[in-house]
Ligand binder design. Structure first.
Ligand code: SF4
Length: 437
């Protein structure tokens, strides 16, 4: 058993030789919270130094079981001791112990805040496991997936209004737990609280070019429960950054926030998004093709029906009406939408129909009853579909046309106007014809 700073100093060579021996040697290193100091003071020409990590040195021997534990978490400590003592390899138990000179409450606060503030992360390294990644376990740390543990606090304003605030417990918070360290923090008066005063956890995430004029702080509360913003000196910022860097190193070993995993996830996500985008583009193109096909088919059918109607109504004088040939040609050359066809049909339906002066038959309504064709065979004949049409109106009198129209069961014969103005009784016949045209 030895204190940490001795193993890192004069005993380092001996310590390393023990772990490298591959014999079941068990080493217990005692770490005291009072040993924690800010190594960088910010003096001119001084370079910030990193803390030496006894457990990391032990891990570098690869075959040594390593436990870094604290007394405030007895379960993690006992399980680690059990695993390390029963393994056949060297083992290091690096344990954060309380300072006997302090009260039990302060001892507990010191130890737990050292773990919370990432000053002394908890982990085990079990060299007996085959895969490197599986040898590390960092689950004993509070909120091991975050840079700093976060907690929600309720604040009561002077107006009695209660608000909630999420605060990260950083290395600077741990540092401030020791009353002796408070002389290094600066209480910022409330009238100086500007937007440039930002929480340390946020400050540490900012890129260098955004740090100008920013001042990091941590919240503290006094005996009267009044909140204070305590500005963090540069030396403490450097120390917090160093601790965060070590914690991120431990996280990566424990499989949290692994750079390589994040790269792989990012690559896979991009590939999946690209694939989805390609499929969406293809689906859109196929969908538009289908819509165009349906639109063309619908328009063609509508135009065919329209053309059929127009051909059947070719005896009417319909302004703007087109022949079947011209309609079909127009459709092929200029596809129209269903809406356009509907509009065209509505326009035609609303166009006033001028009644022809010539006698005519609505052939498509003819029932082929032979009535007119038998009585007036020269005036009425059948077409190829055996539906009657006016072949020669000059072969009958206007009176005969009116009579044929009256006799037609389908009421599809329209006598028009008399061809011979001298025919007797025309006035009465014309009045009658008006009801038949
Ligand atoms: S009388 Fe009317 S239905 Fe009969 S054949 Fe003549 S047009 Fe057709």
């Amino acid at each position: 058993m030895e204190e940490t700073h001795h193993l890192l100093g004069r005993e380092m060579q001996h310590f390393s030789a023990l772990l490298a021996s591959n014999k079941p040697v068990k080493v217990v290193a005692i770490n005291l919270p009072s040993e924690v100091k800010i190594h960088y003071t910010g003096e001119e020409d001084e370079l910030p130094s990193f803390q030496q990590e006894l457990s990391s040195i032990a891990i570098s021997h690869r075959s040594a079981f390593t436990l870094q534990a604290a007394l405030h978490n007895p379960l993690h400590l006992v399980q680690g001791l059990d695993a390390g003592l029963t393994c056949a390899t060297p083992a290091l138990f690096h344990i954060l112990m309380p300072d006997d000179s302090q009260t039990p409450a302060r001892q507990f606060m010191h130890i737990s805040s050292a773990v919370e503030g990432r000053q002394f992360p908890l982990f085990t390294y079990d060299a007996s496991r085959e895969k490197w990644g599986s040898r590390f376990d960092i689950d004993a740390n509070p909120q091991a997936y975050l840079d700093w543990p976060e907690y929600t606090f309720e604040m009561l304003a002077e107006t009695k209004e209660v608000s909630r605030i999420d605060l990260a417990f950083t290395f600077a918070d741990y540092y401030a737990v020791n009353p002796a360290n408070l002389i290094h923090l600066f209480d910022v008066p409330a009238h100086c609280w500007t937007a440039d005063l930002i929480p340390l956890a946020e400050y540490l995430k900012l890129p260098t070019d955004q740090l100008y004029a920013k001042v990091p702080f941590i919240w503290m509360v006094d005996a009267a429960f009044t909140l204070h913003k305590m500005a963090v000196p540069y030396a403490l910022v450097v120390a917090a950054k160093e601790r965060l860097d070590f914690w991120n190193f431990i996280q990566e070993l424990g499989g949290v926030s692994s750079f390589h995993v994040e790269q792989a996830v990012s690559r896979t996500r991009k590939e999946m998004l690209d694939q989805v985008e390609r499929e969406v583009t293809e689906l859109k193109a196929r969908h538009e093709l289908e819509i165009e096909k349906v639109r063309s088919t619908t328009a063609a059918e509508a135009m065919e029906r329209l053309a059929g109607m127009l051909l059947d109504l070719d005896s009417l004088t319909i302004p703007g009406a087109v022949t079947q040939t011209s309609t079909t040609t127009s459709l092929a050359a200029n596809p129209v939408t269903k809406t356009e066809v509907t509009q065209m049909v509505e326009d035609i339906a609303q166009t006033p129909v001028e009644v022809s002066n010539d006698a005519w038959v609505e052939s498509y309504r003819c029932t082929s009853c032979n009535e007119c064709t038998d009585k007036y065979p020269r005036a009425f004949r059948y077409n190829g579909d055996k539906q009657a049409y006016v072949a020669d109106a000059t072969t009958v009198t206007f009176a005969q046309l009116v009579k044929a129209a009256q006799a037609c069961p389908a009421k599809c014969i329209h006598p028009g106007m008399p061809l011979n103005p001298k025919e007797p009784g025309l006035d009465a016949l014309i009045e009658l014809a008006k009801t038949l045209n």
